[in-house]
Design a protein around this ligand. Structure first.
Ligand SMILES: [Zn+2]
Length: 301
């Protein structure tokens, strides 16, 4: 039997040496930051009519709980889903704080007409005075404007003024032009209204334009679901967006946007995706976007 060490055996021994292990660890850490592991505030959650049968309360709450989601901006079409989340003892047991918003839609037809439909304004007033078991409604939305000019619709104007007057946040799925029109429709011209820009512009407004709007409106917040250009290869942050998040660490939040049932099926993956890129940021910035920004906006402990 030939007992001389072969080249192959020598390489195997080298690869198993402490030096090789250390070098491998350094390489792996440089290539991949650890995921963010702290609490998450889901700032864009829907619990719509059609979700409630396939995903009853214990199911959606289990999804939040196992993903470390401790607070949610809840809204639903119609508002019953939000009221169910707000009133159930299961929600408290799951350790989830509900920040309820009034959805402007009773049904799908309202999507295209809410901004000029006086009955929507009356519905909002009734919901605001009714409140929820988890406390008063804290915001309005999500609403959509497929044509930015409808931001000047009579009911859109009244709701923006109401939001500022009652210090309600607004969750708006709109483009950058509509942000300016909505802001102009408040008494402070957008200086005192808390507008959460859903998806921070799903049409992909350039980073420079987002920067300009954040600078112009001090209480404008960006929610980051479906944001084009946010992540690049392997779910990592694209450089321009990383720079923007670092420039405005107090102005962004994450959200699931469970607008269709499929989003509930992928809730775990969505939250894992957020945790992966949050882990690339300095710890305090990651914690801000993941939790602190939403928690301080709504006074959640
Ligand atoms: Zn949505």
């Amino acid at each position: 039997m030939n007992r001389r060490p072969s080249l192959g055996r020598w390489l195997v021994a080298l690869a198993r040496s402490p030096w090789a292990l250390a070098a491998g660890w350094v390489f792996a850490s440089a290539a991949q930051a650890a995921d963010y592991t702290g609490p998450l505030f889901d700032a864009h959650l829907h619990y719509n009519d059609e979700a409630q049968s396939p995903h009853p309360l214990p199911d959606v709450l289990a999804r939040m709980q196992r993903n470390g989601v401790h607070a949610i901006v809840a809204n639903s079409r119609p508002n019953d889903g939000t009221l169910a989340l707000a009133s159930s003892p299961l929600t408290r047991e799951a350790g989830v704080t509900v920040v309820p918003f009034v959805r402007l839609y009773r049904n799908r037809a309202d999507y295209d007409n809410w901004f000029r439909d006086e009955s929507i304004y009356q519905m909002v007033q009734a919901e605001l005075s009714r409140g929820t078991a988890a406390g008063p409604f804290r915001g309005l939305g999500e609403f959509h404007l497929y044509d930015s000019n409808n931001a000047d619709g009579p009911v859109a104007r009244k709701l923006m003024a109401l939001a500022e007057e009652k210090q309600l946040a607004v969750l708006a799925h709109v483009d950058d032009a509509a942000i300016e029109l909505l802001m102009a429709n408040t008494p402070s011209k957008g200086q005192k209204v808390r507008l959460i820009w859903a998806h921070t512009g799903i049409g992909g407004a350039p980073v420079e334009r987002v920067d300009q709007l954040l600078a112009r409106y001090p209480l404008l917040m960006g929610e980051l679901s479906y944001r084009p250009g946010l992540t690049c290869e392997d779910g990592k942050l694209c450089p321009a967006w990383r720079a923007l998040l670092l420039k405005y660490p107090g102005r962004f939040m994450i959200g699931s946007d469970t607008w269709v049932n499929q989003r509930w099926l992928y809730y775990d993956e969505l939250m894992k995706g957020y945790r992966a890129w949050l882990g690339e940021l300095p710890a305090d910035v990651a914690r801000g976007i993941a939790w602190d920004n939403g928690a301080s906006l709504f006074g959640v402990k």
